[in-house]
Design a protein around this ligand. Structure first.
Ligand code: GUN
Length: 285
């Protein structure tokens, strides 16, 4: 039976550290602010945004919510981003994705000032991650790295398999594992022999978006299995990409859903926002 990795506990540790540092800044008269922009009324996005605002309050940051109607034009959204770029109280800007279909996500992301881009989605920050010289960590992959570290397993030299190649998770995930000297294989919907490749992994990260996609026969005995999936099953219950019940009998360590990767993404966002505030302060000194 696998060790169940407690994402809530690891997240609480990270947030406690951020809170401590935020209090030190506050003692020196510096407050930290995150602007969260949501366009439209996607219910999942609303939950995420509420959680982000709550996390800000808990660590002692100011949060500024901009809830715009679904009909917002690209020009209006870009004007808001520009205003936030120039607002000194705003250290970090997060535009919740997905945006309604008529808005060009790439254009909006590219308009965010790179030193306020706490999601690390701007091409400049993506480039820094690729090179391995970065200030902002991509939130979900960075959270996964914290969870792997919590298991005590050293990534160096291990066979790491990432399922999924999104810009938000799969690609930066592979980079972070590579920076820790893992031997990384990226897999996706066109990969042949997926089962065999996954079954060779010492560390398996699933970011597919399909409930119960990873079954026990795809997992090596004793492997670390990280489930980034956030799916709803037939009963509307939150479930991951991994068939938790069968895989936990074979893995060495496994993240549950909920309570695994999810809480880590927000913790890393808080850390990035703190980093943004500190960097901006250094630039203006
Ligand atoms: N939508 C789903 N995950 C994310 C995230 O990490 N950041 C933003 N901005 N939108 C998301």
């Amino acid at each position: 039976m696998a060790k169940i990795i407690d994402g809530k506990a690891v997240s609480a540790r990270v947030r406690a550290q951020v809170k401590e540092e935020a209090a030190e800044l506050k003692a020196n008269g510096i407050s930290v602010g995150l602007a969260v922009v949501i366009v439209g009324d996607d219910p999942a996005s609303r939950v995420y945004v509420n959680n982000k605002k709550k996390a800000c309050a808990e660590v002692g940051f100011e949060s500024y919510e901009y809830a715009l109607p679904a009909e917002t034009t690209e020009e209006e959204l870009l004007t808001l981003v520009e205003k936030l770029n120039n607002d000194e109280k705003v250290n970090g800007i997060l535009v919740q994705l997905p945006l309604p279909a008529h808005l060009n996500e790439t254009k909006v992301i590219n308009a965010i000032r790179p030193d306020k881009d706490v999601d690390a989605f701007h091409p400049e920050n993506v480039g820094h991650i690729m090179i391995g010289d970065f200030s902002f960590l991509p939130c979900t992959p960075a959270g996964v790295m914290e969870l792997i570290a919590d298991t005590g397993v050293d990534v160096c030299g291990k066979s790491c398999v990432v399922i999924g190649r999104s810009n938000i998770v799969g690609k930066p995930m592979a980079m972070l594992l590579l920076h820790k000297n893992g031997t990384v294989t990226m897999t996706h919907s066109r990969t042949r022999n997926l089962k065999e490749i996954c079954a060779s992994a010492d560390i398996l990260v699933a970011a597919v978006g399909k409930a119960k996609f990873v079954t026990a026969d795809m997992v090596k005995e004793g492997a670390v299995v990280i489930d980034v999936g956030m799916n709803r099953n037939e009963e509307g219950k939150l479930c991951g990409d991994v068939d938790f019940e069968s895989v936990k009998e074979k893995a060495g360590a496994i993240t549950p859903v909920p309570g695994g990767v999810g809480p880590m993404t927000i913790a890393m966002l808080m850390r990035n926002t703190l980093t943004a505030a500190k960097r901006q302060r250094q630039q203006t000194k």
